[in-house]
Design a protein around this ligand. Structure first.
Ligand SMILES: Cc1cc2nc3c(=O)[nH]c(=O)nc-3n(C[C@H](O)[C@H](O)[C@H](O)COP(=O)(O)O)c2cc1C
Length: 339
């Protein structure tokens, strides 16, 4: 089965990509993912805060003077390299050297400040591409939506101006017109759009009277939202489309490809079942393609995307009305004997 896939201008051996997550935090994890057959690997994000912390530390050391360098280090526990940008670049370089699939670096931040210069170091280290995760939850209820959107565009254009490798933007669904934001980012030069980021949602536990901030793994039902946006954006944007959220089985991968995803990413399923689960998904995809009479993954991509020229909202409303009718009929049949 031919699973060859184009993503961000790169040629991948398979459309399954390991999204940013804890497994690719080590070279061994990266190797396990490559052994299982993924087409590319996204490293966990380097956060804007980590870059700023290290820059502040360097400035303090420079102020302290070279004679007291060692002494200064001991005064600054925990601010150093154990989880900072230098460590990140080291991981990136070693990961690239260890596997023969593209390794994508990830930057996570909310401003278009100088920290984005780290994209240059990532490119120099050999990253195949950069994924920008703009994880921004506006803290000020008075902030206009347009200002929030502009941040995404500003960060993208700053990074695009700094590097020549492809740049993808990972974004969340919480915009009043998510499609327009995607189209704006496409026009601003995004090589790829990764849909959708999952935000950590704080919640309240009434038993323990505490606020929880846990990061939960996804479930397949959550894939419906990114999938419907991918189906709508297919053919509308020049950027590659990457699906992220809710992949558990090969059928979930197939459904995303039918919607029009160029690649399908997974983290939760690999955390649940181990990196070897990537091979299960890829084998299952090949079996499904064969069973349906296809010989290449390219033959199914976008088959069930929203047709070009279809009125988006009319298309949605038709589906919405049909779904309500179906659910009402099912309820009626189940309760036909009731009073
Ligand atoms: C424990 C954990 C750590 C993650 N770390 C990152 C990260 O560093 N950067 C990033 O862009 N996304 C990160 N993600 C998000 C995943 O890359 C992915 O987009 C999200 O989990 C949805 O995909 P899934 O349903 O396959 O898990 C993380 C997810 C999990 C569960």
């Amino acid at each position: 089965m031919d699973l060859t896939t184009k993503y961000l201008g790169l040629t991948l051996r398979s459309p399954l990509v390991a999204s940013a997550g804890p497994i690719s935090r080590t070279v061994q994890g990266v190797e396990h993912l490559a052994d299982a057959g993924v087409g590319a690997i996204v490293l966990p994000s380097l956060f804007e805060e980590q870059v700023r912390r290290e820059a502040e530390r360097d400035a303090r050391l420079a102020e302290a003077g070279t004679e007291s360098f060692a002494e200064s280090l001991s005064y600054l526990p925990g601010t150093g390299g154990e989880d900072g940008p230098r460590r990140y670049l080291d991981l990136l370089g070693r990961a690239i050297g260890a596997v023969d699939v593209p390794v994508i670096a990830s930057l996570n931040g909310v401003t278009a400040g100088g920290w984005t210069d780290y994209s240059i170091a990532m490119e120099e280290m050999g990253a195949a591409a950069i994924e920008l995760n703009v994880y921004y939850l506006p803290p000020d209820p008075n902030m206009p939506g347009r200002d929030v959107e502009q941040r995404y565009v500003d960060i993208l254009t700053t990074v695009k101006a700094a590097v020549s490798i492809p740049v993808a933007v990972k974004l969340g669904p919480f915009f009043s017109s998510a499609g327009e934001v995607a189209v704006r980012l496409d026009r601003a030069g995004a090589d790829g759009l990764v849909l959708f980021n999952r935000f950590m949602q704080t919640d309240i536990d009434p038993e323990t009277l505490t606020v929880s901030t846990g990061l939960t793994l996804s479930n397949p039902a959550e894939a419906a939202l990114p999938r419907s946006w991918i189906a709508r954006l297919r053919g509308l944007v020049g950027a590659s489309l990457a699906a992220t959220t809710g992949v558990e089985t090969a059928a979930d991968v197939a459904a995303y490809l039918l919607a029009g995803a160029d690649v399908v990413m997974t983290t939760s399923s690999l955390l649940r079942h181990g990196p070897g689960h990537a091979a299960v998904l890829i084998d299952g995809l090949s079996e499904w393609l064969k069973r349906k009479g296809f010989s290449a993954v390219d033959d199914v991509r976008g088959l069930l995307a929203v047709p070009a020229g279809a009125q988006g909202s009319a298309f949605e409303r038709t589906g919405y009305l049909a779904a309500i009718k179906e659910a009402s009929a099912a309820y009626g049949a189940a309760h036909s004997d009731d009073g």
